[in-house]
Design a protein around this ligand. Structure first.
Ligand code: IMP
Length: 190
């Protein structure tokens, strides 16, 4: 069956998608294809921008996600700007330090992920997944990526951060796990 192009340059996301979709042949985005800037105001718009760019450049079925973290104490920021919160080329560590400085321990956090799938010639599809949590007292754990060391998921044991969970535990409750499992129904199997 046809392979599906995954429109991302984020190696962590590629690994999570591969774990979540073992029966789908995922193809990394070819090096020569440049993804357009994420100019959308919503996760859905940005996920569609990425999936559409990959589908148009490859003429193949393409999937993308746009994701981020919403802090209750910050009225939902950084949201779609999570990857660039501390600046255009900020590292995960710099973004996490900025969030820690602004959102107090125990305050509400939410991860959001929207997956977009485009099969050339058919209507685009999107699905959202969320994961509720709270800000940790201090960053802990070295699994996952991004804000995981300060995100204590509500569906966990109430103490461990997302970065302290096994891959399987994260996938079961994460925003990306929830959205990708729903999207799986649209995708061709190997
Ligand atoms: P984008 O979807 O490429 O715009 O990037 C999303 C950003 O949100 C990432 O760079 C992370 O900072 C954050 N993020 C999204 N999903 C996760 C996750 O599963 N764990 C930790 N951080 C995440």
């Amino acid at each position: 069956m046809a392979a599906v192009v995954l429109a991302t340059r984020n190696a962590h996301k590629l690994r999570e998608f591969q774990r979540l979709l073992p029966s789908v042949e995922l193809e990394p985005l070819p090096d020569e294809i440049e993804l357009p800037p994420e100019t959308g105001e919503t996760f859905e718009e940005n996920a569609l921008i990425k999936a559409r760019a990959a589908a148009e450049a490859t003429n193949r079925p393409s999937i993308a996600d746009d994701s981020g973290i919403e802090a209750e104490a910050l009225g939902g920021r950084p949201g779609v700007r999570s990857a660039r919160y501390a600046g255009e080329h900020a590292t995960d560590g710099e973004n996490l330090d900025k969030l820690r400085a602004e959102a107090p321990p125990g305050s509400g956090l939410r991860y959001v992920c929207v997956v977009a799938y485009i099969e050339p010639g058919t209507a685009p599809r999107t699905v959202a997944g969320t994961c509720e949590g709270r800000m940790a007292e201090v960053p802990r754990g070295d699994g996952g990526f991004g804000y995981d060391p300060v995100f204590v998921p509500a569906d966990g044991d109430g103490t461990r951060t997302m970065a302290e969970l096994s891959d399987e535990e994260k996938d079961r409750i994460s925003h990306r796990g929830r959205a990708v499992r729903e999207a799986a129904a649209w995708l061709p199997s190997r």
